[in-house]
Write a protein that binds this ligand. Structure first.
Ligand SMILES: Cc1cc2nc3c(=O)[nH]c(=O)nc-3n(C[C@H](O)[C@H](O)[C@H](O)COP(=O)(O)OP(=O)(O)OC[C@H]3O[C@@H](n4cnc5c(N)ncnc54)[C@H](O)[C@@H]3O)c2cc1C
Length: 387
């Protein structure tokens, strides 16, 4: 197991931590209250080059690995921010890097690295398919040098804030394939060309500031050259990217977990009730210590998964376990922190309620923890399949 923190990684952590100091609690609180996109933060992160961490140097990026990318995400959340505004660029990137052709990489990656193009949207989820992604109904049909796409997507985040979107669609209907994972393709959609022309975006009103939408797709045209890899093999490409996504989400949850235990322990030392700090009571102190231990344990699995990923070893089990353990530890820490703050936990000015809402997402999206358990139960432990 490799959980070592090299000087280089520590330097990245310190630099991101410093950058985040310019965006303290009131910044995120205001953005949340107004339901705005944290544009100023994203601009600063882009200018620093950290948003292009995973883009190879030959295309203008930093050429870093998943461990470094995860440290960047962790630090944003640990500072009190929300990397949900920018994380997709990190985990979508793998599909383009590994399965895109040279022309596609040259067309998009340098612009993304410079911050001129934003690839922050990833359209998989559909109302009638839910967690069973092979049941998607959005259909792309090839006509000459274009694909014509029809369908509907739900919970697709940051579409309005992106120039490019990765789209998963069926090129062969479910009933016509022997293997349900076949017949699915992925495309790069240039949103600037299709917004209002085949693509209608309807924002969803949800409990966190996440800019997520329903997409109505009607006769939307995509140039055939925007197909990634081979037609019909897209599900495999997406699965390849899932491990990176799980590791990054685990790191974000760990960042949140540390934020909660830091805040809870600080508050418990300062808040005097019955003539002594509330943290002197074991009923307050022990749950914080317990949550802390769970966050630290999950962090080991996150580094273990990341190290295997870097070595190109199979890491589905570890990446899924990291996401499961980290999301649960963060949620435990969130509850403990809110309890520690008492009534003040509900007051917006203390930021606990905002982070509490935000961290809850990790147990549900981008994949629900039940599906993670199903993966472990069925694919790792060999128990019968539920689907
Ligand atoms: C804020 C937010 C942002 C999102 N952003 C994006 C995005 O950018 N792009 C995108 O494509 N999607 C996005 N999603 C969608 C997200 O990935 C899905 O909500 C998630 O995968 C769960 O799918 P579902 O909501 O359809 O739940 P369902 O599939 O309807 O599941 C409902 C419940 O049933 C459980 N369940 C279902 N089947 C089984 C089973 N076989 N065994 C045990 N339990 C089961 C699930 O675990 C879950 O608890 C986002 C969601 C949210 C809330």
């Amino acid at each position: 197991m490799d959980t070592s923190i090299t000087d280089e990684r520590q330097a990245i952590r310190d630099a991101v931590r410093n950058l985040c100091k310019d965006f303290p609690d009131p910044y995120w609180r205001e953005v949340d209250k107004k339901e705005e996109y944290p544009q100023a933060f994203i601009d600063a992160l882009t200018a620093s080059g950290y948003l292009a961490a995973l883009i190879p140097e030959e295309y203008g990026g930093a050429g870093l690995g998943i461990t470094e990318a995860s440290i960047i995400m962790e630090e944003i959340n640990r500072s009190g921010g929300n990397s949900g505004a920018c994380h997709a660029q990190m985990y979508i990137m793998g599909s383009l890097l590994r399965h895109g052709n040279e022309d596609q990489k040259r067309r998009y990656l340098p612009g993304i690295a410079k911050g001129e193009l934003r690839l922050q949207a990833f359209a998989v989820t559909e109302p009638n398919a839910g967690s069973d992604s092979t049941r998607i109904e959005t259909r792309a049909v090839r006509k000459g040098d274009r694909y014509i796409v029809n369908g509907q997507k739900i919970f697709i985040s940051r579409v309005k804030q992106s120039d490019l979107m990765l789209l998963m669609a069926r090129t062969t209907p479910y009933d016509e394939v022997k293997d349900k994972t076949q017949g699915i393709s992925i495309f790069i959609v240039d949103l600037r060309e299709v917004k209002g022309k085949g693509l209608e975006i309807q924002p969803l009103d949800i409990m966190i500031n996440h800019h997520t939408n329903t997409l109505f797709i009607e006769d939307m045209e995509i140039p055939a050259e925007n197909l990634i890899g081979e037609e019909g093999k897209g599900f495999r490409y997406i699965i390849d990217g899932w491990n990176a996504e799980r590791i990054l989400i685990a790191a974000e949850a760990i960042g949140d977990g540390r934020w909660f235990t830091d805040r809870a322990s600080s508050y418990a030392k300062e808040r005097i009730v019955f003539g002594r700090p509330i943290g002197a009571n074991q009923g307050v102190q022990f749950p914080i210590a317990q949550a802390y231990a769970h966050v630290e344990a999950a962090d080991l699995m996150r580094y273990h998964a990341a190290a295997k990923f870097e070595r190109h070893e199979k890491c589905g089990a570890e990446a899924n376990m990291a996401k499961l353990l980290a999301s649960e530890a963060a949620w435990e820490a969130a509850n403990v922190c809110l309890t520690t703050y008492g009534g003040y936990g509900f007051a917006r000015d203390y930021d606990v309620e905002r982070k509490f809402r935000e961290t809850r997402l990790f147990t549900v999206a981008p994949v629900s923890n039940n599906l993670v358990l199903a993966f472990l139960g069925q694919n790792v432990l060999g128990m019968p399949k539920s689907y």
